[in-house]
Write a protein that binds this ligand. Structure first.
Ligand SMILES: Cc1cc2nc3c(=O)[nH]c(=O)nc-3n(C[C@H](O)[C@H](O)[C@H](O)COP(=O)(O)OP(=O)(O)OC[C@H]3O[C@@H](n4cnc5c(N)ncnc54)[C@H](O)[C@@H]3O)c2cc1C
Length: 481
């Protein structure tokens, strides 16, 4: 009579895109296999973490990310593997505006992640005044050398300020790179968020010239440009729904409303205390944000907990407006508009708005007759003014700002407020050293890996890539022994 051999059991903590991807990779990835027994626990009542959607006036609209980079392969590859390739959508517009020198202007051409690479294009855009433009031009005629020796890591803001001047940073770079992370480029790591900048700044010549070399190639004549972003017809959250379906079909046990509260290794294996039960496992994937991860590992390794706590998070609010078609001016340019922190309203106060996305122009699948969708972003690591307002007051404030920006009176048909408290991890200078410390501490624990947006990239493709890598590492360890 054959005796059943028990399989190594892995517990994944966290059911966002990182945890779900880890569960998918542990259950074989593209070639399903059941060598491991996998269970995933999620504290919230639903899976997806920062990826969530709702139905607004008959359309399913994302409340968190509305798309993902197409130039990194991981999200498109996963969506394709999950049978969603016919659901992939491309933006219906390109380019963006910026509120600069008192009005909405088109972003300069030839930017590399918000950083100018061509002085002429910068001048043509008129986003800078004459002195700031002259200061940026010094980079072309007499590039400033960096006197601090070999660049291990640097803060993005000061690095660019030295080369191109403060106004370039305040007007373009902080709204763009800072805005993606809801952080500040003043202390954001170049090595972790935009390595080509570090390489370019390490050369002795013009920064703009060096950065132009890392611009994606222009499409040849007649060829359409490859899309930079993709979304999904049924919203980005349909990726989560499908992933849940597929891993469940493979036999992965999935538990919601189950929060891990303590971890303990008794020599034979892990014991995980949760809000509903005590679970056992041979291996652990920690795919939760750094705050809960620190609480869980503190009794095991105080230093690891301390390192995890050095990665903090910015909170943001996203308010989606349904407006009557024609309520906004017809000549809106591109997919949206960025508002630098230095911009001021007519009364001299600072905008709460950090960005406006023309959602239904950006994603044609969201278009319906008679209405347009607009999304307003608010909140930064050092600006929590939105969190002091209740939903009604926040909507009223942001409606007023939209009216001022576009010079029209608005009567929203519907609005939805999403608050992402501790939504975006901050990659500060020397982020990669912190991550190396956390990963080697995890490696000292028996069969533990950490993964998630806090470590190797906040975007969905980066989370997928890192989670699959971490899961494969753990899988090989467990199946070797
Ligand atoms: C507002 C916003 C807009 C964004 N826009 C984009 C975009 O357009 N494109 C893009 O690519 N990326 C975007 N991102 C980034 C991206 O969405 C996130 O980085 C990514 O979804 C994070 O996934 P994750 O699984 O690592 O973490 P999370 O989604 O945070 O998942 C972690 C999960 O762990 C659970 N958890 C916590 N503690 C415990 C515990 N003790 N026990 C069990 N479970 C626990 C949480 O409930 C959560 O579900 C955006 C992020 C935000 C906040």
């Amino acid at each position: 009579m054959a005796t059943e051999v028990s399989r190594p059991r892995v517990l994944v903590l966290g059911g966002g895109i990182s945890g779900l991807t880890a569960a998918w990779a542990l259950s074989g990835g593209e070639t399903p296999d059941d060598s491991l027994e996998v269970c995933l626990i999620e504290a919230a009542p639903t899976f997806g973490g920062k990826i969530a959607s709702t139905v607004i006036e008959g359309r399913r609209v994302d409340l968190g990310p509305d798309g993902f980079l197409a130039r990194r392969p991981e999200a498109v590859a996963l969506a394709t593997h999950l049978g969603l390739s016919d659901q992939l959508r491309v933006p219906g517009a390109s380019g963006a505006g910026i509120f600069a020198r008192g009005k909405i202007r088109q972003m300069p051409a030839k930017l590399n992640l918000g950083i100018p690479t061509q002085w002429r294009a910068l001048a043509k855009s008129r986003v800078l005044g004459p002195w700031a433009l002259f200061r940026a031009g010094i980079d072309v005629v007499a590039p400033r050398h960096d006197l601090r020796g070999k660049l291990g890591d640097r803060a993005i803001g000061p690095l660019i300020e030295n080369k191109l001047g403060r106004r370039v940073v305040e007007t373009l770079v902080d709204p763009m790179i800072g805005g993606i992370h809801a952080g500040r480029v003043a202390d954001m790591s170049a090595a972790a968020t935009f390595p080509p900048l570090l390489t370019a700044a390490g050369t002795s010549g013009s920064l703009m010239h060096a950065l132009s070399a890392s611009l994606p190639p222009s499409p040849s004549d007649g060829e359409p440009a490859a899309p930079v972003f993709n979304s999904l017809e049924g919203s980005v959250s349909s990726l989560i729904d499908r992933l849940v379906e597929v891993v469940r079909e493979r036999g992965v046990e999935l538990l919601t409303s189950t929060e891990a509260t303590a971890l303990h290794h008794d020599g034979a294996g892990w014991e995980i205390t949760t809000t509903s039960d005590t679970l056992r496992a041979d291996g652990i994937v920690l795919a939760v944000p750094t705050g809960p991860a620190a609480d869980l590992v503190r009794p095991l390794d105080e230093e690891m907990a301390g390192l995890l706590e050095t990665i903090d998070y910015a909170s943001v609010g996203l308010v989606t407006f349904v407006l009557d078609e024609g309520a906004l001016p017809e000549d809106l340019y591109g997919t949206g508009l960025l508002i630098p922190s230095i911009a001021r309203r007519a009364d001299g106060s600072a905008f709460l708005t950090t960005a406006v996305t023309y959602l239904s122009s950006k994603w044609p699948h969201l278009q319906t007759d008679g209405t347009v969708l607009v999304r307003v972003s608010t909140g930064r690591i050092d600006d929590l003014r939105f969190s002091a307002l209740d939903d009604q007051a926040l909507v009223a404030q942001l409606t007023g700002e939209l009216e001022e920006l576009f010079g029209c009176a608005l009567r929203p048909r519907a609005t939805t407020v999403a608050r992402w408290i501790d939504g975006l991890p901050q990659y500060r200078v020397n982020h990669q050293l912190r991550v190396a410390g956390i990963e080697s501490a995890a490696d000292r624990q028996p069969n533990m890996v950490v993964t998630g947006a806090a470590y190797h990239g906040v975007g969905i493709p980066a989370c997928i890539g890192a989670a699959a890598y971490a899961a494969d590492l753990l899988r090989s360890k467990l199946l070797e022994t």
